[in-house]
Design a protein around this ligand. Structure first.
Ligand SMILES: [Zn+2]
Length: 310
C-alpha cells in the first residue's frame, strides 16, 4: 500500500456509454480500475449511486480507505462547469443537465473533488505523466467523432470567459466549407473529424471514414482527394493554433490517430515548417502516450496537484 504522503487519488472518467473508475497512486500508476455502464437514461441519482459503489470497490481492492485520499478527480464529456461542479451535456448525457457531481462525492468520501471536461483531464494526464511532460505550452487535439482539444500553459489549463473550455474543433478553416452543426461553415471539425470523413465516404457510396482512409492508403484517386482535404484542414487549423497559442508541443490523439497518426502528424508538421513568425524550431508534434488512461491519470493529477498547492 502506497503511503498517503506519496499521493492516493481516485480518477473517474464519464463518457456517454461507460464510466471508468480507478485508484491512482502518487506515481500516476493505475492500481485498480473498474468500468460501469453510463446508462444516463436511468437518471443521475442512479448513476451517482453506482459511481459511489465503484469507488468503494476500487478503494477496497487497492487496500485503501477514503481517509487517506488526496482527492477525487472527475473528467466528464463536456460541457461542464468546473467552478460549480455541474454537468451540462444534453447530447451525450441526456437527463443529467445541471447535475452536481462534486458536492455528493465530496460529502460521501470526505475528500476534495474536482470536475473538468474530459479532454482537459486527458491533457492534464499527458502533461503530468505522458508525452506533454516537460513542455510548455502544450496543445492537444483529439480526433474522434468530433475534434476536441485543450491547451495547458504554465501548468494550468487554458480557460476562457466564465472558465469555459476552448473549442479547438470549431476553429474556422474554410468559410466556404460545409455547414458545421454549430451553425458556422468550414470548421476544422466539419472537415477533418471522423464524422466529416464518414459523410465524405457516404457521398461516394462507401461505408465510413475507415473505408475512405483505407482506400486512400491503396492510392485510389477519389479517396486520396477526400483525405487530402482533411489533411489540408489539419494544416490550416494547426497554423492558426500555432500562431495564437505558440505551443512548444502539439499532441495529436483520439481513435483516428491509432492508425493514421503519421499522415495527420505530417500535415501538422507542415504548418510548423511553413511558419515564419514563431520559433518553429522549438515546436514538436507528438502522439499522446497514455491512451485511454490519460483522463484517469489526469483526474488524479488534478486533485493531487491541488493538494500540493493547498
Ligand atoms: Zn463548428
Amino acid at each position: 500500500v502506497t503511503p498517503a504522503s506519496g499521493g492516493q487519488a481516485v480518477g473517474i472518467d464519464i463518457g456517454g456509454t461507460k464510466i471508468a473508475v480507478a485508484t491512482v497512486d502518487g506515481n500516476r500508476e493505475i492500481v485498480r480500475q473498474g468500468v460501469i455502464a453510463t446508462e444516463s437514461e436511468r437518471g443521475f441519482p442512479d448513476a451517482l449511486r453506482r459511481i459511489r459503489q465503484a469507488v468503494d470497490r476500487a478503494l477496497a481492492e487497492s487496500g485503501w480507505t477514503a481517509d487517506h485520499l488526496g482527492g477525487i478527480g472527475v473528467g466528464c464529456a463536456g460541457p461542464v462547469d468546473p467552478a460549480r461542479g455541474t454537468i451540462h451535456n444534453p447530447h451525450t448525457l441526456p437527463g443529467w443537465d445541471g447535475a452536481d457531481i462534486v458536492a455528493p462525492l465530496r460529502e460521501a468520501f470526505r475528500s476534495p473533488v474536482r470536475l473538468e471536461n474530459d479532454a482537459d483531464m486527458a491533457l492534464l494526464g499527458e502533461c503530468d505523466a505522458g508525452a506533454g511532460r516537460g513542455f510548455d505550452p502544450v496543445v492537444m487535439l483529439t480526433f474522434g467523432t468530433g475534434i476536441g482539444g485543450g491547451a495547458m500553459q504554465g501548468g494550468a489549463l487554458l480557460r476562457g470567459v466564465g472558465g469555459e473550455h476552448p473549442e479547438l474543433g470549431h476553429v474556422s478553416v474554410d468559410p466556404g466549407g460545409p455547414l458545421c452543426y454549430c451553425g458556422a461553415h468550414g470548421c476544422f471539425e466539419s472537415l477533418a473529424s471522423g464524422s466529416a470523413l464518414d459523410a465524405a465516404a457516404r457521398s461516394q457510396g462507401w461505408r465510413d471514414a475507415s473505408e475512405l482512409l483505407n482506400r486512400a492508403g491503396r492510392g485510389e484517386a477519389p479517396a486520396v482527394r477526400l483525405r487530402a482535404e482533411a489533411l489540408a484542414a489539419t494544416t490550416v487549423a494547426t497554423a492558426s493554433l500555432l500562431h495564437t497559442l505558440l505551443p512548444e508541443r502539439i499532441l495529436l490523439g483520439g481513435g483516428m490517430m491509432d492508425e493514421h497518426y503519421d499522415l495527420f502528424a505530417a500535415a501538422a508538421t507542415d504548418a510548423v515548417a511553413r511558419a515564419a513568425m514563431v520559433p518553429k524550431g522549438r515546436v514538436t508534434v507528438a502522439r499522446p502516450r497514455l491512451g485511454s488512461r490519460a483522463a484517469l491519470v489526469g483526474a488524479a493529477a488534478a486533485v493531487l496537484a491541488r493538494e500540493r498547492e493547498a
